[in-house]
Design a protein around this ligand. Structure first.
Ligand code: A2R
Length: 312
């Protein structure tokens, strides 16, 4: 008999097909009465396939007493209480590394888009305004100083690409990393004061909640730009909007938000922001690689083999 698997939200077709082949799949989002459904099949479920966004809330796990593994599609697992999973003897996997290139690529794209004003320039041409005069001059990345909050797997790929733009790279994290050619700042406010760009690519966690505080953004200042590619929870969003409106913070490029997919409308009105709907890893190639990792982690678990990318 195939193990029974609970799928929390839709996934790419190739992932759903592979899951269908290997498991008896129950699709939670398709159930009209989820509580009644979980009451019926909850005790039979041995695995969960979820996303970094949906996670696996404690009340769901309460209804699945025999679940053994949660395979999450995404590198960030802040929507899963890993300590609770450990206590319940549930393994957790994520999809690291396969998305580093796509994440770094969009980060650089957002930075260029923001400082060269690509969205505004595009709108300028489409509106037929070029014949009336040239588009205003813009800023430039080359030679500027960037501070990376979270020099991890993705942060290092971002740093490499920004070096190709001859940018000076610094970083902040809890610890100085040996053998990195970048300047380490133990204090985030100090780094924000010194840099032109602050790129946030740390995980969401109770410790990083609001780490890009009003004070950090004020230190970044009227000429500084914030780029958030990690999690909306990293940034004090209300303060961000106020500071962008008042000009105390220069500009922002945002791929992630506090309450996705709801974006504060105040941001729509601002000319000094570039917005993206959480697209960091959203390429065919990368999402395929992430889906493969979900499939392979589940397969390894049910075959009794070591997990490919375990979190706990
Ligand atoms: O603090 P360190 O030295 O362990 O550096 C990690 C940093 N980090 C933090 N920095 C400051 N304060 C904290 N409380 C804190 N916690 C973690 O974030 C490390 O350099 C970086 C995370 O790197 P990785 O674990 O390799 O994650 P990866 O694959 O780069 O992804 C980062 C995040 C995901 O969690 C998603 O939220 C997003 O990017 O897609």
């Amino acid at each position: 008999m195939k193990p029974q698997l609970l799928q929390i939200a839709p996934m790419m077709t190739h992932v759903e097909e592979a899951l269908e082949n290997a498991y008896q799949v129950h699709r939670l989002w398709q159930q009209d009465d989820q509580a009644a459904f979980l009451g019926r099949v909850g005790a039979d479920i041995r695995g969960i396939a979820t996303s970094g966004h949906h996670g696996a809330p404690a009340d769901l796990l309460d209804a699945l007493p025999n679940v053994e593994i949660i395979a999450s599609y995404g590198v960030g697992y802040d929507a899963i209480d890993t300590a609770d999973c450990k206590a319940r003897n549930i393994r957790v996997t994520n999809t690291p590394d396969v998305l580093n290139d796509a994440m770094a690529e969009l980060t650089v794209g957002m930075m260029i888009g923001l400082c060269r004003r690509i969205p505004q320039a595009d709108a300028y041409v489409r509106a037929g305004r070029w014949t009336g005069g040239n588009f205003p001059l813009t800023g430039e990345l080359t030679g500027a100083h960037v501070g990376i909050l979270g020099l991890g797997r993705i942060g290092k790929e971002i740093a490499l690409r920004l070096q190709a733009f001859r940018m000076r790279v610094s970083y902040h994290g809890r610890t100085r990393q040996a053998y990195q050619p970048y300047t380490y700042y133990p204090d985030l406010v100090e780094m924000a004061r010194d840099v032109d760009w602050l790129v946030a690519i740390a995980p969401g966690s109770p410790q990083t909640n609001g780490i890009v505080s009003r004070e950090v953004m004020q230190a970044l200042g009227p000429k500084g730009s914030l780029v958030n590619m990690g999690r909306g929870s990293l940034v004090d969003e209300a303060a961000l909007i106020e500071l962008l409106q008042s000009g105390e913070l220069g500009a922002a490029a945002l791929d992630v938000f506090e309450d996705e997919p709801n974006v504060p409308e105040a941001l729509y009105a601002l000319d000094n922001v570039v917005l993206s709907p959480h697209q960091g890893s959203a390429t065919e190639k990368t999402r395929t690689g992430m889906g493969d990792l979900v499939i392979r982690n589940l397969a390894a678990h049910f075959a009794g083999n070591p997990l490919i990318t375990p979190v706990v």
